[in-house]
Design a protein around this ligand. Sequence first.
Ligand code: PGA
Length: 251
Amino acid sequence: MRKPIVVGNWKMNKTPEEAVQLVAELKPLVAGIEAVEIGICPPFVCLTEASKLLKGTNIGLGAQNMYWEPEGAYTGEISAEMLVTSGCRYVILGHSERRAYFGETNATVHKRLEAALQSGLSPIVCVGETLEQREAGKAEEVVADHLRGAYEGISATDAQKTVIAYEPVWAIGTGLTATPDQAQEMHAFIRKILTELYGDSVAEGVRIQYGGSMKPGNAKELLAQKDIDGGLIGGAALQAESFTGIIKGAL
Ligand code: PGA
């Protein structure tokens, strides 16, 4: 059985002070939930404070990006080691906003994935097609390409430590959600690609999150699908009640 994993991607929202407040609100609401793995990914500048507040709780900490080099003259970048020592367990890689606005490609996602795994982080690898690509009948091709590009050369043992987030770009922050059937179909396809790459047992073990306008009102139905093992939550993760509502939908 795959344990559902629900992670909040705060994106560029919340100052350190606001982050402390949100974490303080969230902790009691989700206290005692063990059947769902819970994580939050605040902005870099909030990690240290958040980490202190999350010690000993059932909420794991993550970052939204990292650079693949271990250290050096890379102005503005953050290494995997910096994340680990700031208390992170997770790192989101290859989010569509990074692909669209910051030049992220399959090749750079792959380098980040290797470095994250080497540092012991649990990477959340994002894949997903744009509306244009879906309408052109290319959704599966694009998702397969994202997967093959990221995982090329990654061992089965390492692949097992990763989480995949299927995030159709047209559903992110738009209020448009993939229907449970649409999402399930793509999740099953992702598992098929994983089988091709790593065989059945790895493919059956890797958790695949859905992301894109997931809310308390639609979470239960999405999470009830056979191959949907959790959610990567943007907007609805910015309020403790709505994030908790989604987590409870996975119970
Ligand atoms: P959304 O974002 O929930 O606001 O659509 C999801 C994501 O981009 O991870």
